[in-house]
Design a protein around this ligand. Sequence first.
Ligand code: FEO
Ligand code: CA
Ligand code: CA
Ligand code: CA
Length: 676
Amino acid sequence: MTDKAIPGPADPAFVANEEPARTPVAQPDFQAVVGARYPRRAILRGGLGLAIGSLFAGLQGPVRAGEQGPGKTSGLLGFKAVPVSRADTAVVPPGYRVQVLLPWGEPITGSYPAFSPGNSGAEQAMQMGAHHDGMHFFPLAGSSREGLLVLNHEYAEPRLMHRVAAGLALGSYDVPLREDGSRDPDQVLKEMHAHGVSIVRIRRGDDGQWRPLRDPLNRRITALTPMLFSGPLRGDPRLQTAYSPDGTRGRGTLNNCAHGVTPWGTYLTCEENWRYYFVREQGEMPASLSRYGVGPLNAWRWHLAAANAGEEAAQYARFDATPRADSPLRDFRNEPHAFGWVVEIDPFDPASTPVKRTHLGRFAHEGVVFAPVREGEPVVLYSGDDAMFEYIYKFVSARPYHAATASGSLLDEGTLYAARFDSDGSGEWLELAPGANGLGPENGFASLADVLLNTRGAADVAGATPMDRPEWGAVDPATGQLYFTLTKNTRRSVGQAAGANPRAENTMGQIVRWREAGNDHAASTFAWELFLLAGDADSGRDLQGKPLDAANLLANPDGLWFDADRRLWIQTDISDEVQNRGPYRPMGNNAMLAADPDTGELRRFFTGPPGAEITGVVTTPDQTTLFVNVQHPGASTAAEDFAAGRWDSHWPGSGSSVPRSATVVITREDGGKIGA
Ligand code: FEO
Ligand code: CA
Ligand code: CA
Ligand code: CA
C-alpha cells in the first residue's frame, strides 16, 4: 500500500488557526462605543481615539514618530532593541547569547532512541514531543543551575514526521493518507506521542551550557497517557466510555497550549483546540459538542487508522464520536467530553496519574494564571478561551489556602465565573452555577455538571462579553493587576467593536488589564483599561497613546509573563500562513518583546525563524537564564515548496535539515539578569 497526498485540507478553520465564527450574543451597540467613558486613568487616549475615529472613516489623524527610539534605556528595560527580522535564525540583543535545547525528537527517556525523521511511533514516546509551547522551570532546591523543565507539545507537523511525506505536496496541517483513504497506524501513533507534555531534568554546566540529564524524573505524557477526572464531572454518565464505564478515567491529553503553575508546586497543562481531533458524522448533537464546533470535519483523522490497527483499534477509533452502537459503552460518542479541561501533573512524581480538574470548566483553554495566594484566603485563577468571541473565566476556590496542606483538591470545589467587560471601564464577574444569571433546567443547566460540560453555553446565557480570542494571562507581582492578551478577531464587525474589543476586523490584537475591586482577587467587580493596541506605526498604540515604532511594532500578542522584576514579556503568534504578508509584512518573523507595566515602554528582545511562533517563557530564580520556545519553524512553507524541498526554515539546523521546534536558552555574556 502506498501513501499519497490528500487533495486539500480537511477543515479550513483549522488551517486558518481559527475557530469557525459563531454569532455572539448580547453585543453592545455602536452608539454605546461612541459614548463610552474610556479607561479610568485616561490612558491610551490617542490609541482609542484613533480606533474609534477609524470607525467614522477618514478621521484618523497623522501619525507621529515615536519619541522613544530603540536602545533608549529605562529603569526596567536595559537592552538594545533587536530589529524586525526575516532571517532563518534566532536573534537576541548585543551582549546576549543563545543555545538550542531539547528540540523535537531529542531522546529523554526509556532506551533514548536517537532522533531521525524516520523514528517510529514507539520511539517518539521516548523523545521530546513536537511544537513546544507553555513551559515552566521547577528549580531543584531553589537552584538556578538545575531543575525540571516542563513543557507542552501543542500539536505536530505530520509532513515532517513521516518519511513517506517527502516530495509530496503537503501543507503544514495535512496528513498523508493511504490510497484507500485510511491512515497508517504507526504514523498516527507517532503523532499521538508527539503531543502532550515533556518533563526533563536539566543542569547548567561550568561552561555555561544547559544539558538534559538521563534521570528517573524524565517523563513523557502523551495522547495515550491514562488520566483521572476529578471535580463535579467525575463519574458523570457523559464521561462514561468503554475505557472507563464508571466515567472516572480517560486516555491522554491533547493540544496542550499554555500552562499554569499551582501555588503548591504542580504543573497545569491546558487542552486548547481538541475539537479538531474528533468527527461526529451524524446523530443527535448535544450542545456539549455543537457549541464547541465538533462536526463532520476533522483535521487529524486519527480515527482512519483504526481499520488497520488490530487489537489497538480503539485507541484510534475513539476519535470518531459518531453514535454507532446502542450504548455509549460500545461507541465513542462521549470521548470528546474527555477533552477541553485543565490537567494537573506532579512533575516530581513520575508514577503519578495526571488529573483533569473539571471545576475549571471545559473550553479551548489557552492557559491558567493564579493570583498570588494568601494564607487562609481562597485560591483564585484565571483562564481564557481562545476562539473568536469567546470569554475570560475566573475560578475562586470554596476552601481557603493553607500552605502546609494545599493540593489540587482545592480546584475541585468553588465557583466559576465569566467576565463581562462594560464599555465604561467597569466589569463584572458572572457566576456560572445553576440558579445564577439565568442558568437553569429550562436552558439545559440543571446541574453544576451541566454548566461545566458546556461552559461556553453557560457563559452565553449569563451574558459574558465575547472577546477577541483570549490567550495568556499574567499577574503583576507588585500591583496584582491582571493582564490578558487578545490575539485578534478578524470577524468582529463595526457594530460589534466596543470597550475592551474596540476594533472591527481586528487583525492585530490588543492587551487588556484590570484591577479587581478592593484589590481582592475574589471580588465580583473590576476596573479595566487597555494596555496596548498591537499593530504597525499606523494602527499600533502604546500605553501613552503613542504610535508603535521600529523598536516595538508587533502583531497578535499571545504569550504573556511577568518576571520577578515586573518586566512584562509579550510573545507574538502571527499565523504561519500570513507571516510576512499583507498587514503583517512590517512585523517580520514572530518575536518576543518586554514592556514596563508602569510607563508602557515596549521593546523587541528576540526574533525567531520564519514560520515559527514564539511561545513559553520563564527564567531561573536568579533571572540569569531565560527559556523560550520556538514552535513550528518553517510551517509557512507552501505545499508545492515543501514538495520541491524549498523550505522556509531549517532552524535550528542548516542546509537541508528538518526544522524542529525547540527551547532556546538565553543568557548574558556578563552573567547578568535577563532584560535588565
Ligand atoms: Fe495555542 Fe491560543 O494558542
Ligand atoms: Ca498560544
Ligand atoms: Ca499557534
Ligand atoms: Ca495563538
